[in-house]
Design a binder for this molecule. Structure first.
Ligand code: C2O
Ligand code: CU
Length: 416
């Protein structure tokens, strides 16, 4: 693996080689499965950059199948989006060069966009963090990629694509943080950390709790919120990210990082452990989290009329390669996402951030930039977004990867 950063005056280029190949993935001590990894690791290397940097990635595929990389949440040019609508999938032994500027600060991630149900389950994903100057100061920062694994009775990755999975998605009993089963994490007493949480699971929803204690949500898919939102739990559905201010805790405490019961339409699950957080001896804290994090201007008034309705039920049943109407650069979009199905669907728009205007007719608790939003079953969510000047082929889909694979998606063009 090689990651290098070059600085030429103020413009930096972050250069990375990502080699996708099979890997013996030790997800727990002594427990190994055949995975797919970038540079031999799961998750793939953390990519870090500053706003305005150029990222150059050479992807080499040494997998037994073709692959591509999608830069989830990054406002890339259409040709760099990593879908098979904009590039040929990379054949074994071949390479593809991605090159784009990162215009926004936030917690993003990259993942395969070819045969996703298998390639993400086997480990082809990683985090991409973009920073800008200023912003809240923390004592420490960590990235937590949440995932799960479905194994067969022999402890190997269970076969893909049975009928049940098509409909209900794929969930496994092994719960992972950064590629390890229920790890132990440590935080110094008295300190406040920034946790960048990514849900990289195929299907599993995570209603995240940290020992039932209070924490602040400070950011989501598209960066910081206007102000911190104090809570004891936050729902993170596949594809979504949240940035949290966690702590301070007392030395000696032990807290369960877990998912609380949530019913996404497939019955309520028990609470489920993801990690244990141990509080180490106290350290001095310098953390400063301002009460105003950044300005976010509403794109449209909250009662803006929809310009388009997307019927998720029709989308789910329509099959592959649907095309939605094009949108024009600069034309404000107000989309009603209507979910008449019996399960929740996390809706992901490629390449552009949106604002949620209404959930079941009510404005969300905070204004935020999102690229993925859960649309609960039998409900309606209204979003607004502005196609900026990046014409080309784009798409949206359900981020339950089995639903996406089944065809719960549509391509559309942004036209000049
Ligand atoms: Cu993260 Cu098309 O997806
Ligand atoms: Cu779905």
């Amino acid at each position: 693996m090689s990651t290098s950063t070059q600085r030429t005056s103020d413009i930096r280029t972050v250069t990375i080689e990502l080699d996708a190949r099979e890997v013996d993935w030790e997800f727990a001590p002594g427990r190994m499965i055949r995975g797919f990894g970038y540079n031999g690791q799961v998750p793939g290397p953390l990519i870090e950059a500053n706003v305005g940097d150029t990222i150059e990635v050479r992807l080499t595929s040494n997998l037994p199948q073709t692959t591509t990389i999608h830069w989830h949440g990054i406002r890339v040019p259409a040709e760099m989006d990593g879908t098979e609508a904009v590039q040929p999938a990379v054949e074994p032994g071949q390479t593809f060069d991605y090159r784009f500027v990162v215009p926004d600060a936030g917690t993003f991630w990259y993942h395969s966009h070819t045969n996703e149900t298998e390639q993400l389950e086997r480990g082809l994903y990683g985090a991409l963090v973009v920073r800008d100057a200023g912003g809240p100061g923390f004592d420490a920062e960590r990235v937590l990629l949440l995932d799960d694994l479905k194994l067969d009775p022999d402890g190997e990755v269970a076969p893909f694509g049975d009928e049940h999975e098509h409909h209900a998605g794929r969930e496994g009993d092994v719960r992972l943080v950064n590629g390890r089963q229920e790890p132990e994490l440590e935080i110094a007493g008295g300190t406040i950390e920034r946790w960048r949480v990514v849900n990289a699971a195929n299907t599993r929803f995570v209603r995240l709790s940290i020992g039932g204690r209070s924490f602040a949500v400070i950011g989501t898919d598209g960066g910081l919120l206007r102000e911190p939102l104090q809570t004891t739990e936050v729902l993170v559905t596949p594809g979504e990210r949240v940035d949290l201010a966690v702590g301070p805790f007392e030395a000696g405490e032990e807290l369960a990082v877990e998912a609380l019961p949530y019913d996404r339409g497939k019955g309520e699950r028990e609470r489920e452990a993801f990690a244990t957080l141990r509080v180490a001896p106290a350290a001095a804290s310098q953390a400063k989290i301002p009460s105003a994090l950044r300005e976010i201007e509403p794109l449209v008034p909250p009662d803006a009329e929809p310009t388009r309705t997307i019927d998720l039920k029709a989308l789910m049943h329509a099959g592959h390669h649907q095309r939605a109407d094009p949108v024009r650069v600069g034309d404000l979009q107000v989309w009603d996402l209507v979910n008449e199905t019996g399960q929740d669907h996390p809706f992901h728009l490629h390449g552009f951030f949106f604002q949620v205007l209404q959930e079941e007719g009510k404005p969300p608790p905070v204004l935020a930039w999102k690229d993925t939003v859960n649309v609960p079953r039998k409900s309606r969510t209204r979003i607004a977004w502005l196609p900026d000047n990046r014409p080309g082929e784009w798409m949206y889909h359900c981020h339950i990867l089995e639903h996406h694979a089944m065809g719960m998606m549509a391509h559309f063009a942004v036209v000049p």
